[in-house]
Design a protein around this ligand. Sequence first.
Ligand SMILES: Nc1nc2c(ncn2[C@@H]2O[C@H](COP(=O)(O)OP(=O)(O)OP(=O)(O)O)[C@@H](O)[C@H]2O)c(=O)[nH]1
Ligand SMILES: [Mg+2]
Length: 464
Amino acid sequence: MKSEVKDLPQDTIAAVSTAQGEAGIAVIRMTGPASASIAEKILRLPKSLNNFKFINSRVMNLAALYLDDAPLDYVLAVYFKSPLSFTGEDMVEIHTHGGSLIAKLCLEALLDGGARLAEPGEFTRRAFLNNKIDLSQAESVLGIIKAKSEEALKSAARVMAGELSNQILAIRDDILNIQGSIEIGLDFPEGEEPLINNLELLEQADKLNLKLNNLIAQCRTGCLLREGASVVIAGRPNVGKSSLLNALLNRRRAIVTDLPGTTRDIIEEAIIIEGVYVRLTDTAGLRETDNIIEADGINLAREALSNADVRLWLMDASQEFSGQDILYLNNFLDLKLDNSVIVLNKADIERDNNNLDYLNNLNYIKISAKTGYGLEDLKKLIISLIVKDGAVNSGLNVSAGQLEELKACAENLAGVKEAVLINAGEVIIADLLSAARLSLERVLGIESSEVLLNSIFSRFCVGK
Ligand SMILES: Nc1nc2c(ncn2[C@@H]2O[C@H](COP(=O)(O)OP(=O)(O)OP(=O)(O)O)[C@@H](O)[C@H]2O)c(=O)[nH]1
Ligand SMILES: [Mg+2]
């Protein structure tokens, strides 16, 4: 596997890798060929063993940090000898005590010694350039750093561990094999039996599409886990929407009164449900109103509903549904919005009524925002709607751009099927396969013309 960029960096870069401010320790990192010699200028290792070449790679060493011949701190220094480092280059990490000044002075000394201040993401970029990680893994580093929930973190860690790359490489190998068979066929004279016939091509394209669509589903889940899913609570006034928001958040966030029309604005709060980051939105109760403030709130509520990932349509189980309740319920159902659940609130004071007659075939769940009854089941239901097929633990955190590439790959593979069916010819099919493969390669950041040739010629017998 080769990166597209041929020129590898020759300079040495350094940066403080830990956050600003006071802390137990700060880590200053340096990578590049001069790392050891620059570090030697400011560090004194025990027993005057002041040459990094003589210390063990990847081992912590106690050292004194000296600036202008005065000791500033006792630090731990680690030398990572190339290629066994994160970037693949010679690296040094210096762990100082965590005052911002000491970290800053240490960094300045390294810059004075010949290092350059690293650009954002430059260590990871070098790891990619040196083929330590592919592009998707490089992006997953960011996913790990930015994760807001445990599940988002795990879905980035899965990519880092190579789960995405392995699946992409397997699909790419399959594409290369088919492409190889077709391209070899192009060089054979007319009338000769092709290496792959139309039926086989259709079968292979179907198999590939299935694999790719599973992968895309995992990546969509990963994106949802990263961005957080939006869950909107909507319904008629006074059914207990704000009470539900407060109950799920476990604090009094929204005003609750027994006056219909209490909530006017959108109230959005973040919450982690079963390790998943969720943006929960309380909205104004839907009704006809002459009040322009409330009417505007109702418009915002409708907008939030249509943009949500999951919609909770709250109803009051303690009272017989009114004609208006049923009208609004039917209007909501007519919108046929995905991931909608009817939630019957106030189950604690529910009395005999005919409400369920209106809900005969619909999915509903009973809760009480006041007593907490049914809330655990509601949370589970929300998560199952956010992440379908119970696949929370198979999400893969990819960037929006990477997801687009995977979708483009799927479109080109679907195109292969169509092209076969209309007998568009091998050249067009080969082009579509190429485009599909290139999309996958862009996700991993690899070039492949040599690989394609290898795949073609490795199937020839020796001497041909
Ligand atoms: N008994 C009981 N009362 C509830 C429950 N949930 C909400 N209430 C009461 O219902 C009334 C309305 O609650 P809200 O949470 O303000 O209702 P809302 O849907 O936000 O109302 P609007 O903002 O006006 O649309 C309040 O008096 C709540 O205390 C419940 O589960 N059981
Ligand atoms: Mg409210």
